[in-house]
Design a protein around this ligand. Structure first.
Ligand code: NAD
Length: 328
């Protein structure tokens, strides 16, 4: 009992710290810590909750998609939830993920492996080929209407090649060069600079004035159809090919992998190569390719069980781990 008290106190301490950082990151677009520091505490909380499921708090940060809905922007209720992704930090985590998939699936499966673009999730809705609404992920259930802002982004089609009614999801990001130029200009004008391209993208998209968004040179990579069955698409690799045909910008650094070892080889090839990309990635996303198999595997309240995000290790310059001591 006494031990449980200590564990609950530590869990509360972790929740409070993570919620403060999440507020800075999602609400203010001004994080005060690096992602790996957030991820380390989050992983500690996940491990404690897995060991003590009876102590999981109803409002735990692990049970909700992070993000917020600004009261200044119109709200949009998503047709299907926009979820987060569970994390893997090393090969062992990936092997364990693969073991879980093997157990859940009757038959063979393969993985679609994609770059994890470090930006902001967006949803685009088309009616008869016409872009009618664009929104942020928000809290996963309700997002913010940013249609006019998204319409200023050059690679988002206003009109599809076919008169289809569909919804797509992807990542809006700020290319590295746009980020450098923006911060140089802001510095010269005596304004606060953005901490990184992800926060600059978020700050640029969630604007009341779409002229500001237009001036920020944002781009997108679209990676999901919200309802693929409606247009007869059966797998993630097929989805990406169809999104290309429809006229969306998709990321062509992607690969179908037969085994988790092949996935690891792909990850290793990108660990250094990522620095040469003109945009930032914070990991590699591994998804079971076949949609029927995905449904067989299912979801947690926060993330699909059929996918995982491998996060790159912190760079050397960042590896002075902040000492967040047990104070209980
Ligand atoms: P996440 O960003 O780790 O993963 C989910 C998101 O990945 C999706 O919503 C989607 O937007 C994105 N994504 C990019 N490429 C994708 C692809 N090819 N396929 C599918 N999805 C793709 O999860 P999250 O819940 O959005 O954010 C949590 C993360 O944010 C944490 O792991 C942490 O690193 C960071 N964070 C940092 C701080 C901080 O203070 N530094 C605070 C809160 C959160």
């Amino acid at each position: 009992m006494a031990d449980n008290k200590k564990i609950v106190e530590r869990m509360t301490q972790l929740q409070n710290q993570l919620k403060t950082w999440a507020k800075e990151y999602y609400e203010q677009d001004q994080p005060t810590v690096q992602d790996y520091e957030y991820d380390a505490l989050y992983a500690e909380l996940v491990a404690l909750e897995a060991e003590h499921p009876e102590l999981v708090m109803a409002d735990s940060i692990t049970q909700k998609v992070g993000g917020l809905v600004s009261s200044q922007l119109k709200k949009v209720t998503h047709t299907t939830p926009m979820l987060s992704l569970s994390n893997a930090f090393n090969k062992e985590d990936l092997i364990q993920f693969d073991e879980r998939i093997k157990k859940a699936v009757h038959g063979s499966y393969r993985y679609m492996v994609e770059l994890k673009i470090d930006g902001l999730a967006i949803n685009l809705r088309y009616e008869e080929g016409q872009l009618v609404q664009g929104s942020t992920r928000g809290d996963g259930t309700v997002g913010e209407d940013i249609t006019n802002n998204l319409k200023t982004i050059k690679d988002i089609p206003h009109q599809l090649n076919e008169p289809l009614s569909l919804e797509v999801r992807g990542e809006c990001y700020m290319p590295k060069q746009s980020f450098i130029t923006l911060n140089e200009t802001r510095e010269a004008e005596g304004q606060n600079v953005f901490a990184n391209p992800r926060n600059a993208a978020a700050g640029s998209l969630r604007q009341l004035n779409s002229e500001i968004t237009a001036s920020r040179n944002l781009s997108t990579f679209i990676y999901t159809l919200a309802n693929p069955a409606a247009i007869g698409v059966k797998s993630q690799h097929d989805s990406l090919n169809r999104l290309d045909v429809f006229g969306f910008a998709t990321n062509h650094e992607r690969q179908l992998c037969e085994t988790i070892d092949d996935v690891w080889t792909y990850i290793e090839s990108f660990t250094d190569q990522r620095h040469n990309l003109p945009y930032e990635i914070d990991g590699i996303v591994i998804k079971v390719d076949d949609f029927m198999t995905q449904e067989e595997i299912g979801y947690t309240v926060k993330a699909p069980k059929w996918a995982i995000a491998y996060k790159f290790p912190a760079e050397e310059a960042e590896t002075i781990i902040r000492d967040i001591e047990w104070t209980v």
